[in-house]
Structure formats: structure tokens, C-alpha cells
Design a protein around this ligand. Structure first.
Ligand code: HEC
Length: 145
């Protein structure tokens, strides 16, 4: 039941992204949308609000909605390990924004976060950049040693 609720919320986020793209009218639609506004300064708050539902609070990919997805959410704690010990910041940024080749991000199962962040940041690109940088830093802190 919980998982279903969360999926519903996630779909609402995705739909919001699409509506925005079509109308480019952010301000008026924001309040009807169940995307919790977060501080751009806290990677942890953003992660727990937007990512943990699928990737889990520990980043290992076992969030409450994970079972309902066709593709299991990636284990975000092994990104460095799988990249020769170097944290792949650029790859993660584009995965979040939605321009990386991550099939589950940007399709029906997954909103393109770049667009969602643009709307909650009132269209300010510098704030979107800050959100992604802080999320990136937080995910980097979750890396397995
Ligand atoms: C609705 C579920 C869902 C949510 C919410 C979600 N993700 Fe994902 N994410 C996935 C799935 C599924 C994949 C795996 C895609 C694939 O392998 O095709 C993935 C993949 C990724 C990847 C690529 C990892 C790799 O190994 O290349 C990154 C980075 C990522 N997600 C970050 C995030 C961040 C940051 C957030 C929050 C802003 C987030 N995700 C929210 C489902 C989700």
C-alpha cells in the first residue's frame, strides 16, 4: 500500500514535469503539485525527499518503491567502486538532470529531475546547478569505502 502511494506521488511529479514542459508556466502550477519544496543547500534533504523512495535512504537501491519498478534502482553507494575508485560526478549530474543515458530516468517510471528542479527553483538555473551539486556531494558521501 505504501509503495503504491509513493508510486502515485512519483507519477504526479512526472506528470508535473510534462505539463511544465508543455506550458512553460511554472509559478501557477507549483502549489497543486505534491513535490515537497526543499532547501537547495541540503543535499541530504533533497536526497531523502526525492531519491530515497527508490534508491533507499542508505543509497543501496532498496527504497519502498523499488519493488514496483521494472528496472531495479541502482545501488548509488558503489558508483566510485565501479568507476575505478573515482566518484563519477559528471555522470551522476547528467543522470539527475535527465540527459544521461539512464533509461529509467526520464521515462514513465521516473521524472527528469532537471525539469522538476527548474520549477521548484523558480526557473533560476544557478539554483538548479546548486541543487545538483549538493545532491552530488551527498551521494558522494554515501560511497562504500
Ligand atoms: C521512481 C524511482 C526513482 C527515483 C525517485 C529516483 N531514481 Fe535514480 N534510478 C532509478 C532507476 C530504476 C535507475 C536505474 C536505471 C537503469 O539502470 O536503467 C536509476 C538510476 C540512477 C542513477 C544512475 C546510476 C548508475 O549506475 O549510472 C543515478 C545517478 C540516480 N538514479 C540518481 C537519482 C537521484 C539523485 C534521485 C533523486 C533526485 C533519483 N535517482 C531518484 C529510479 C529512481
Amino acid at each position: 500500500m505504501l509503495a503504491r502511494k509513493i508510486i502515485h506521488l512519483t507519477l504526479a511529479v512526472a506528470a508535473f514535469g510534462l505539463i511544465l514542459a508543455a506550458q512553460e508556466q511554472p509559478a501557477k502550477t507549483i502549489q497543486q503539485v505534491p513535490v515537497k519544496p526543499t532547501s537547495a543547500a541540503s543535499g541530504k534533504e533533497m536526497y531523502n525527499s526525492y531519491c530515497a523512495v527508490c534508491h533507499g535512504t542508505d543509497g543501496k537501491g532498496h527504497g519502498p518503491a523499488a519493488d514496483a519498478l521494472k528496472t531495479p534502482p541502482s545501488d548509488l553507494t558503489v558508483l566510485s567502486k565501479n568507476n575505478g575508485g573515482k566518484y563519477p560526478a559528471l555522470k551522476v549530474s547528467s543522470a539527475i538532470r535527465g540527459d544521461a543515458n539512464v533509461p529509467a530516468h526520464g521515462n514513465k517510471e521516473m521524472p527528469v529531475w532537471g525539469r522538476v528542479f527548474q520549477s521548484i527553483s523558480g526557473g533560476h538555473e544557478s539554483e538548479v546547478v546548486q541543487r545538483i551539486a549538493n545532491l552530488n556531494r551527498y551521494i558522494e558521501s554515501l560511497q562504500a569505502k
